[in-house]
Design a protein around this ligand. Structure first.
Ligand SMILES: Nc1ncnc2c1ncn2[C@@H]1O[C@H](COP(=O)(O)OP(=O)(O)OP(=O)(O)O)[C@@H](O)[C@H]1O
Ligand SMILES: [Mg+2]
Length: 358
């Protein structure tokens, strides 16, 4: 114990702790020696064999589990990236009605986390099972030879009962496994529930909106960011096919106005499309009707293809490529490492922008 004790470790331990540890170790050694003494050569072999088997199984499975834990960590990072991506690009996600696509993408990454986590836990149960089997075999052998020892009058009944108690303690530990298994599943289910509740869309008393045929109107619209008033009594009307440019200083509220129209923000007053109050229209249908390109779009941490097809996920590669050629960006994409399959990492975001992809 003292040979392996570092100086810093020594000071972090209480002397009582060291004393207990020494007692425990010496008790364990004396118990093993007792066992050899009372039960003779055959049980000594059994104890040694089971101890070696126990150590080997524990070390082997622990190494195997370390690899699984790394895989799980990778999967968790991927999942966090997907979620962060969707949330930081939420305006784009909502503008293209791609909430369900993003949910699916995130769910896909969650599958990875789930499967690695399942493997990790299963291996944990396997480890426990094998450990218990080893101990159970040891206990069964002790019972067998103990009974034989008492019968032959080589062993005291008290010693025999001591070893039976050890076997009972082992059985009690199995109960803890069941408890941990239940906790694990309830944690997974809770995590999933929280995510899906937050993605639920309220659709009560909503009117459908399929087309825009006449006018967009803002009447006495006021908008606040917290206590700060951003828009005060905004009134205007835009007729169909009119081309309108909204000009204003930085921070004057141009983007905010568009976000109000797309129902990203709550406001006071009336915004109507063809005379219907927008508050009572489904945001999904509204965003299908209005095309919105936000001023600082980020690219998703996914393939170039995924980013280009974002507005129309059903688009065939053929059309996508012909469009890219038309916009003179196809050659630039082909120069990337994996062409359209190149994953857009942070460093690539700038490069792709330079080539005019965003
Ligand atoms: N999430 C927010 N929380 C608090 N204030 C905000 C938020 N978003 C915008 N604002 C404030 O609202 C005001 C209007 O911002 P908005 O982005 O609409 O301006 P903008 O006219 O689009 O500016 P720019 O020309 O820079 O695009 C600004 O004063 C800005 O500071
Ligand atoms: Mg703006």
């Amino acid at each position: 114990l003292f040979i392996s004790l570092e100086h810093a470790k020594f000071h972090s331990l209480g002397s009582g702790e060291i004393q207990t540890s020494i007692n425990r170790k010496s008790r364990a050694v004396s118990e093993i020696i007792d066992l050899f003494y009372f039960l003779g050569t055959v049980p000594a072999i059994i104890v040694n064999v089971t101890l070696v088997a126990y150590t080997a199984v524990t070390i082997k499975i622990a190494i195997w589990r370390n690899k699984m834990r790394l895989d799980l960590n990778d999967a968790t990072v991927k999942s966090a990236i997907a979620l962060y991506d969707s949330l930081s690009n939420y305006d784009t996600v909502a503008a293209f009605n791609n909430e369900s696509l993003e949910t699916e993408r995130f769910d896909e990454t969650l599958k990875g986390v789930e499967s690695h986590s399942n493997r990790l836990w299963r291996s944990f149960y396997l480890l426990n099972f094998l450990q218990r089997v080893t101990f159970s075999m040891q206990t069964a052998s002790i019972i067998f030879f103990g009974t034989y020892g008492i019968y032959m009058e080589n062993m005291k009944p008290g010693t025999f009962i001591l070893y039976l108690t050890i076997s009972k303690i082992l059985a009690l530990n199995l109960d803890k496994l069941g408890y941990m298994y239940c906790r694990y599943w309830s944690a997974i289910i809770n995590a999933k529930m929280t995510y899906f509740i937050s993605m639920k869309v309220k659709g009560k008393e909503m009117l459908p909106i399929a087309e825009f045929s006449d006018r967009i109107e803002f009447k006495d619209v006021n908008f606040y960011h917290g206590a700060k008033k951003i828009m005060s009594n905004m009134n205007f009307m835009i007729k169909q096919s009119e081309k309108v440019a909204l000009v204003g200083k930085n921070g004057s509220g141009k983007s905010t106005l568009l976000k109000i129209l797309l129902k990203y923000n709550n406001y006071v007053g009336f915004v109507t499309i063809d005379g219907e109050d927008k508050k009572y229209q489904f945001s999904e249908q509204l965003r299908r009707l209005i095309s919105y390109v936000q001023q600082d779009a980020l690219l998703f941490n996914y393939t170039v293809r995924y980013n280009i097809k974002y507005g129309n996920t059903d688009c065939l590669d053929y059309f996508m490529i012909s469009l890219c050629k038309k916009m003179d960006i196809h050659d630039s994409i082909m120069k990337l490492r994996d062409g359209n399959n190149t994953v857009v990492y942070c460093s690539l975001q700038h490069k792709v922008r330079e080539h005019g992809l965003s």
